[in-house]
Ligand binder design. Sequence first.
Ligand code: LMR
Length: 394
Amino acid sequence: MFEHIPSYPGDPILTLNEDFQKDPRQDKVNLSIGIYLDDHGRLPVMDAVRIAEEAIGTSSVPKPYLPMTGNPIYASAVQALVFGSVVPHVATAQTLGGSGALKVGADFIRRYFPDAQVWLSDPSWENHRFIFERAGFTVNTYPYYDAETGSLKFDAMLAAISKLPAKSVVLLHACCHNPTGVDLNETQWLAVLDVVQERGLLPFVDMAYQGFGAGIDNDAFVVRELLRRHIPAFVANSFSKNFSLYGERCGGLSLICEDQEAAQRVLGQLASVVRSNYSSPPVHGASVVTQVLNTPELRAQWEGQLTAMRERMLAMRATLFQLLSEKISDGHLERYVQQRGMFTYTGLSADQVDRLRHDHGVYILRSGRMCVAGLNQSNVGRVADAVAHVMRHP
Ligand code: LMR
């Protein structure tokens, strides 16, 4: 019956993370998957989350099915965080993390825009392609990253987007681009949105790292500008990273619609997509996020800790840059401090990455992506030594 089923070669991120867990070496360092660890190398439980969970309780609370599009109070809290306020012409559904939002959005677009094709940055998060291809789309790329310099190919990006047919789906990373850490500045965003508007493109913004780049509001610049210009758009957001709630699968999918009536129709059809995928989302994580975002003291505590996380990543970038600069004289090392968020595209080849893992126990993705959020005072020196070693022997 199952002989025709090939073995799974594994996922470039999740399978590598599983391999790391199995590695018996005591001094191994995991800079592969996008997970923020604290300076002791531990996955943090944020104080605001702990307090909210204590307030909610877990064992004695009834757990009915949520509506198909999730808890409406959570959806309002998502809108307020993502867009800066609750917006009647935005339809928001609670989703299973950012991936769930992308999948629900992809299925929805496939149903109502069957001729559209999808355009991703080159490169993009590997799972973007998997999700949209599995939803039935042809997936293309637009120029984005200049491997020579470690910076953005903005003119080429804009030129490519300017040629797309109307209603093409253009996937944009709001902040902390995954995997390169290279973002657009505000002027560049405005130019992209001019093109999106002129050509009638359909932007799908993935915002998985709000607060990790330049702060909650700054990181949402493109999203807020889409809203201000009333451009129809999809926005996927995630609380995996900024709430350290990876396993709770908390996210949201928001559609900027023409008006409130359109938003209600759209929300209804999002419910239908959810029903045929997994019926309804889970209760617990969303109630924690809602409690934190809607309780002023908890919200302030959460924002404070999020700022500290962002600053710790910046400090680790600076330390790694300094240590590497002492050992290597070229190699565009400034990318370590110029790129933003959890990820830096190191420019290391797949072969160098393999040697980092085999010879030094340092895990990064074979694309060369390093998660700087896994660096800490105790491991950064060893990581710098290992990276310098493989750079000297390309
Ligand atoms: C990552 O890119 O490492 C994270 O977003 C985790 C994932 O699901 O790939």
